[in-house]
Design a protein around this ligand. Structure first.
Ligand code: KIV
Length: 286
């Protein structure tokens, strides 16, 4: 386990002030989290994208708070020193400020998260204020917000016209004024991301929104080819874990069928006299 100092909000703001890009990934379980911590990533999001990447749903909408808490707690066990954010799933905050605070609190109490993320702009300002007032750091999420994918018309670039982009700029300001500690911009044009970053006093994280942000986010499964349905264009593949695992499984099948596996060093026997005695005991009963 790495001995690095725990990442805190002052550490993140200090990096932003010094122009050091923040690194962030979405991941979902203990072994991935362990690797993320060893790599020195600043922020981990346990995203509700796990509904698609881990649970195999077609969208994030069926994900429950129980799913999120189970995975967030596992990730925390692998990333004791990373800034950990729990993603508020669909309908965990939309209904009322009260439900938003209670569910955000579950991430802190049951999964030892450092903060939460929720989707939306001016329409979630009262939720953000209520959660921040409860002492829980909030990351906002604008642009392509998957929980509203149906009203956004699909997984596509958001804020292409000046009018739509102005709404995102205004939403970012509203979230910041409401107390959000950072804002994630997913799939918005590079220039819009740059404009928001220039004006913001909190870190702006880009997912497919270009280089001119305080930090970058990628989804672990996209980075390593672990989501079979598609890899979005904005995601860069940093390794072929799908190939490594697929090849390994094919080799395993071939070795079992070919009686190559298990090799003698992978199983264990008892002394011959014990075995003879065992045979005698079994035979006596027959
Ligand atoms: O759930 C998730 O992983 C996310 C990212 C797509 C930002 O919200």
């Amino acid at each position: 386990m790495s001995e690095r100092k725990k990442v805190s909000l002052p550490v993140l703001f200090d990096k932003m002030a010094r122009g050091i890009p923040l690194t962030m990934v979405t991941c979902y379980d203990y072994p991935m989290a362990y690797l993320v911590e060893q790599a020195g990533i600043d922020i981990v999001l346990v995203g509700d994208s796990l509904g698609m990447t881990i649970l195999g749903y077609d969208s994030t909408l069926p994900v429950t708070m129980s799913d999120m808490i189970r995975h967030a707690a596992a990730v925390r066990r692998g990333t004791p020193n990373t800034w950990l954010i729990g993603d508020m799933p669909y309908m965990s905050y939309q209904a009322s400020d009260e439900s938003a605070v209670l569910n955000a609190g579950r991430f802190m109490a049951e999964a030892a998260c450092d903060g939460i993320k929720l989707e939306g702009g001016q329409e979630v300002v009262s939720r953000v204020k209520a959660i921040v007032a409860a002492g829980i750091p909030v990351m906002g999420h604008l642009g392509l917000t998957p929980q509203s994918v149906s009203s956004l018309g699909g997984f596509r670039l958001q804020g292409k016209s000046a009018k739509q982009a102005k709404k995102i700029v205004d939403d970012a300001r509203a979230l910041e004024d409401a107390g959000a500690m950072a804002i994630l911009l997913e799939l918005v044009p590079d220039q819009v991301c740059e404009l928001i970053t220039e004006r913001a006093k909190v870190p702006i994280i880009s997912l497919g929104s270009g280089p001119n942000a305080s930090g970058q986010l990628l989804i672990f499964h996209d980075m390593f080819g672990l989501y079979p349905k598609f890899t979005p264009k904005m995601a860069k593949k940093y390794g072929d874990a799908d190939k490594v695992i697929g090849d390994g499984l094919k080799q395993y099948v071939a070795e079992v069928i070919g009686k190559v596996f298990p090799e003698p060093e992978r199983y264990f026997g008892i002394k011959d006299e014990e075995y003879q005695e065992l045979r005698r005991l079994v035979a006596a009963e027959e």
